[in-house]
Design a protein around this ligand. Structure first.
Ligand SMILES: NC(=O)c1ccc[n+]([C@@H]2O[C@H](COP(=O)([O-])OP(=O)(O)OC[C@H]3O[C@@H](n4cnc5c(N)ncnc54)[C@H](OP(=O)(O)O)[C@@H]3O)[C@@H](O)[C@H]2O)c1
Length: 299
């Protein structure tokens, strides 16, 4: 008979194991800073880390995102989630963010560099301003916050950093600026993982595939045919923000303590299969000619 006091009663062994990895209390006493924590993947991550016991700070540019998310998460978790307005492209704002977290909580054990974004465009149409904005957000901004948190806390006390990137190893046509920035973050992550290993700082990346999150609302209607994209994912569905949050939580938890310098791709197999950018064939393709060995007669 089911035990009503045991919330895990009746669940599969896999679900039990997953729940144990992300156990409530496994981040008790820790402080986590999540950029872009007011929406989508960042908000799901803030909730997940909070459920595991961490004190959580969320930060992004817009009060309209940060304020309601901080209020809602505080109510849900039953303790204050601090919301701070910060544009990661502004180094003074980044330093002020780190100072305010330390002033409030006295430590920063976990940093999730999730805040980011880009616009879909053919590469030949990217303006210098557009390129600089995307690189400043998705590469330099992540670096600025990483360096500030490292110098202010982690290099002395240790910590775990997760950088959210995107699928980069096959290239990403239509997103040249962002994929270049994200590939830079992945190289930076591998580099810092070695440089800072002896200081107790672990860094990893999570590269999401197609995730059904608020992020897609930032694109013009019709920019992405989500049903069509879904059909190219081997698991035949989009991922959820919670699935990315769970991966991030695993990496920063004691269960992920031997991971450093890695990129975890969470994409339902998308990067292994299918073309999202169809390269057009020439109007009159020439026939495929198989060469002969030089000693063979032709014809
Ligand atoms: N959804 C996907 O399929 C997918 C796939 C691959 C990668 N990603 C990446 O995953 C991350 C989260 O995406 P999401 O899907 O959750 O979309 P989202 O809801 O648009 O999240 C992006 C977050 O970043 C914040 N942000 C943007 N620019 C910022 C800046 N300069 N400084 C501080 N915060 C900034 C935004 O808040 P403000 O507007 O308030 O600043 C927002 O909360 C992004 O880096 C995204 O590119 C998503």
């Amino acid at each position: 008979m089911a035990d009503a006091r045991n919330p895990l009663e009746g669940r599969s062994p896999a679900a039990l194991a997953a729940a144990a990895v992300l156990a409530p209390g496994s981040l008790a006493g820790k402080v986590a800073l999540v950029t872009g924590g007011g929406t989508g993947i960042g908000a799901a991550t803030a909730r997940q880390l909070g459920r595991m016991g961490a004190e959580v700070v969320i930060a992004s540019r817009k009060v309209a995102n940060i304020e309601p998310a901080a209020r809602g998460l505080s109510e849900e978790l039953g303790r204050e989630v601090l919301g701070v307005v910060c544009d990661v492209r502004d180094r003074a704002a980044v330093d002020a963010l780190v100072a305010s977290v330390l002033a409030r909580f006295r430590r920063i054990d976990v940093l999730v560099n999730n805040g980011g974004g880009q616009f879909l465009t053919p590469s030949e149409a990217i303006t210098p301003r557009g390129w600089d904005a995307v690189v400043a957000t998705n590469l330099t901004g992540q670096w600025a916050l990483t360096q500030a948190v490292a110098n202010a806390w982690m290099l002395e006390h240790g910590g775990a950093i997760v950088n959210v990137t995107m699928l980069s190893h096959r290239g990403f046509p239509g997103m040249a600026h962002s994929v270049a920035a994200r590939a830079g973050v992945e190289a930076l992550t591998r580099t810092l993982a070695v440089e800072w290993a002896s200081r107790g700082v672990r860094l990893n990346c999570v590269a999401p595939g197609l995730i059904a999150s608020s992020g897609f609302r930032n694109y013009p209607a019709g920019a992405f045919m989500l049903e069509e994209l879904r059909s190219r994912v081997p698991l035949k569905r989009l991922g959820t923000a919670e699935e990315i949050a769970a991966t991030i939580a695993f990496l920063v938890s004691p269960a992920g303590a031997y991971f450093t310098g890695q990129v975890l791709t969470v994409d339902g197999g998308q990067s292994l299969w299918g073309d999202n950018w169809v390269v057009p064939d020439p109007a009159e393709p020439s026939p495929v000619a198989l060469p002969h060995e030089w000693w063979e007669e032709e014809g």
